[in-house]
Design a protein around this ligand. Structure first.
Ligand code: HEC
Length: 271
């Protein structure tokens, strides 16, 4: 009996640890970042230039993501930098002037890739006042068509994307007026997190809205930084931000800005 219980316990432990395997890579990247980078790129020193030795890591991400919006090219660019600090490839010339160029860091290649992936989609620490600083910088430079991160701005999306959303006649019977509707824009090859999102209710439909940079969930991930995006709408029965079986949706690739895109919710999520 005793051995049976031990066996049971062992298999429970085995299965629970196994089910976390998917998050290991992310955690490893975070651990490696903390071991190799946080000393200079962390929040110590706050936003006070005199107390900092390097830009906050969130600023690094912001500068790279504008030019390298998809994960692959981002990871390559950041790892390339860690392997060799080549000033001609810098995305942060201002930082080189302020702090001097980053000293060489010796990290094995596979770890570098994990760190870069973590910087791309991890939840990064940023010093207090960082977001405010970014906002002020944007406003200061707002008159010029240049974002703080780079001079590459996709003009078609800077004014936002206008959408008209309705539910198809066939699916109308399946929704109730208080069901939530998520209307969003996402990068095509980028992070799964929406670049802009608005929450409405079925009773608000049909609706015309403009998705723009102000609806960004993160300042470093803006609609205007992506040349092509997907736009869509999903009616959620559960109210959860992640699509569930039975949710109703529509999704289209949008290339052009400046015109109203009509979308009719006509499909059902089957997972
Ligand atoms: C000893 C301090 C120090 C450490 C440790 C450090 N960095 Fe840096 N890093 C800097 C400084 C200073 C800058 C700003 C100047 C520059 O851009 O070279 C910088 C800039 C960067 C940039 C932007 C480079 C550019 O100009 O485009 C990236 C990317 C970066 N660091 C990634 C990392 C990563 C990832 C790690 C950990 C593996 C790391 N750094 C560790 C000091 C450091």
């Amino acid at each position: 009996m005793k051995s049976l219980i031990i066996l049971l316990m062992a298999s429970i432990i085995f299965f629970t640890t196994n089910s976390f395997a998917g998050t290991d890579k992310y955690e490893e990247g975070e651990k490696l970042y903390k071991a190799n980078c946080i000393a200079c790129h962390g929040s110590t020193g706050g936003m006070d230039l005199k107390k900092r030795i390097a830009p906050p890591i969130a600023a690094v991400r912001m500068h790279y993501i504008d030019t390298y919006p998809d994960k692959n090219s981002f990871v390559q660019a950041v790892s390339g930098w860690i392997e060799k600090q080549d000033e001609s490839k810098s995305m942060m010339r201002g930082a080189i002037q302020k702090f001097n160029i980053m000293p060489p860091i010796s990290v094995p290649k596979e770890d570098v890739l994990k760190i870069a992936a973590y910087i791309y989609d991890g939840k990064l620490d940023s010093p207090e006042g960082f977001e405010k600083h970014v906002k002020e910088e944007h406003e200061k430079k707002g008159k010029k068509p240049v974002s703080i991160a780079s001079n590459k701005v996709n003009k078609s999306n800077t004014k936002g994307i206008a959408l008209r959303i309705n539910v198809s006649d066939e699916l109308k019977a399946q929704v109730s007026p208080t069901d939530l509707v998520f209307i969003y824009a996402k990068a095509i090859n980028g992070p799964p997190m929406p670049l802009a999102v608005v929450k409405k209710q079925v009773k608000d439909l049909p609706i015309e809205i403009i998705l723009n940079d102000e609806m960004a969930m993160m300042p470093s991930l803006k609609l205007s930084s992506f040349p092509k995006v997907k736009v869509g709408a999903r009616i959620s029965k559960s109210g959860r931000p992640i699509a569930q079986n039975g949710d109703l949706f529509v999704e289209k690739v949008s290339v052009k800005g400046g015109e109203i895109i009509s979308l009719e919710i006509d499909s059902i999520v089957v997972k």
